[in-house]
Design a protein around this ligand. Structure first.
Ligand SMILES: Cc1ncc(COP(=O)(O)O)c(C=O)c1O
Length: 388
């Protein structure tokens, strides 16, 4: 915050945004309002990745044969702490999709089984489970959702939908399409009491919501580090509890049966491990930005946007009213006549990166902010939105 004191600006946050934005390689003309889409990798992380790659290339055989395992173990330590995961319960995986495939492969479904989920699970995740249900002759059931489900109501609906052959519940910690924060610890506890397995898709959680994997208590939890936790792209973590301790890589390779989970997943053939091994650098920057108020700044921008959208549309169209809001990713029902994909295209043409699509039969706008988001980025989006 020294910059703020030095320049004595009336707009101290703005001054800091310039500095925070300089941590990223974003072009000046880009209004990045979808940082959770693919993540925005900070410069110091890409620098750390390049340095590591240079070090690997200085003696690649020595690195892969002798250095790889201890460096992997050291790289996981800060990640585990950040996520509140018990030692030995996590592995690095390529991305959330791969992690979910691993989990699905570890839960053989039988004819007549049922998998319960919300109606707003991530498209490719829902597709994976649907496919596995089809192959096994099991049933994929989505509980009704109007996008405004609060936690209690969701639990009620899951309980009402549960049948005698329900085996597991798949639920997002922060839904992609509606930016809903779901009460995953409560759902996991309910699953335990009902004898069901609970799989939590925390793809959007690390670096966005407080994550305490141990407290969530799911049988499997997975999350991307590259979306909000400032790692290189891609990097993800899979955590499993006792009931799914037998998970194995879907691409079988060396050590696929190793008792140590991290080792079991660490060599999917020859790979570039640099995003995993530098995850610590992103987490350190995350802490720095947090201490400087950068994440609070991102949340403030969305609070301001919510007020402006109420004025623009003359009504409150926010999804998740009354439910817990994600601080830096929120969603609104667009006016009914809006062609969401066309809006996304119009925005992209203007270098405004934002997510809009048809969700639960209605057009939705999802806006994300980060340390690098400037007030003028939000202004540019608002200028492109339909008024009715
Ligand atoms: C809720 C959710 N699950 C899974 C994924 C898949 O993540 P990835 O493409 O990194 O595998 C995403 C991606 O946006 C997501 O939002």
């Amino acid at each position: 915050m020294t910059e703020q004191l030095q320049i004595g600006s009336d707009e101290p946050v703005q001054a800091d945004v310039a500095r925070w934005r300089a941590e990223f390689a974003l072009a000046d003309g880009v209004a990045m309002l979808n940082p959770g889409g693919f993540g925005t990798v900070p410069r110091r992380v890409t620098t750390a990745i390049r340095r590591l790659q240079d070090r690997i290339e200085s003696d690649p055989v020595d690195f892969h044969v002798r250095r790889y395992a201890p460096e992997m173990a050291a790289a996981m330590e800060p990640v585990q702490r950040f996520l509140g995961a018990p030692a030995g319960s996590t592995a690095f995986v390529g991305n959330a999709t791969m992690a979910m495939n691993v989990v699905a492969a570890a839960i053989p479904l039988r004819l007549g089984d049922e998998v319960l989920a919300t109606a707003v699970e991530y498209g490719s995740v829902a597709d994976l489970w649907r496919r596995r249900c089809t192959i096994a002759g099991a049933r994929w059931t989505e509980v009704a959702d109007d996008g405004d489900l609060d936690g209690d109501l969701l639990l009620e609906r899951l309980a009402a939908a549960k049948g005698p052959r329900t085996r597991l519940v798949v639920v997002s910690q922060l839904t992609s399409s509606t930016a809903s924060v779901l009460p995953v610890a409560g759902i996991a506890a309910w699953c335990r009491s009902e004898g069901l397995l609970c799989v939590v898709d925390g793809a959007h959680a690390p670096g966005h919501l407080p994550v305490d994997v141990a407290a969530i208590g799911a049988d499997a939890w997975l999350g991307n580090l590259h979306k909000w936790a400032l790692s290189g792209r891609p990097a993800a973590v899979l955590h499993v509890g006792e009931r799914l301790a037998h998970v194995a890589p879907v691409v079988r390779s060396w050590f696929s049966d190793d008792p140590d989970l991290l080792t079991r997943f660490s060599i999917p053939g020859t790979i570039d491990p640099s995003t995993w091994l530098t995850a610590r650098v992103g987490l350190e920057l995350w802490d720095e930005l947090d201490a400087e108020g950068a994440w609070a700044h991102g949340a403030d921008l969305l609070d301001g946007l919510a007020v402006r959208l109420r004025e623009l549309w003359d009504e409150d169209r926010e999804i998740n009213r009354g439910a817990a809001l994600a601080p830096r990713m929120r969603a609104w029902w667009l006016p009914d006549a809006t062609d969401a994909l066309q809006l996304r295209k119009v925005c992209a043409d203007e270098q405004v990166a934002v997510w809009a699509d048809q969700v639960l039969g209605r057009p939705v706008l999802r806006v994300g902010t980060s340390a690098h988001t400037r007030p003028r980025d939000v202004d540019r989006l608002v200028a492109l939105l339909p008024t009715d």
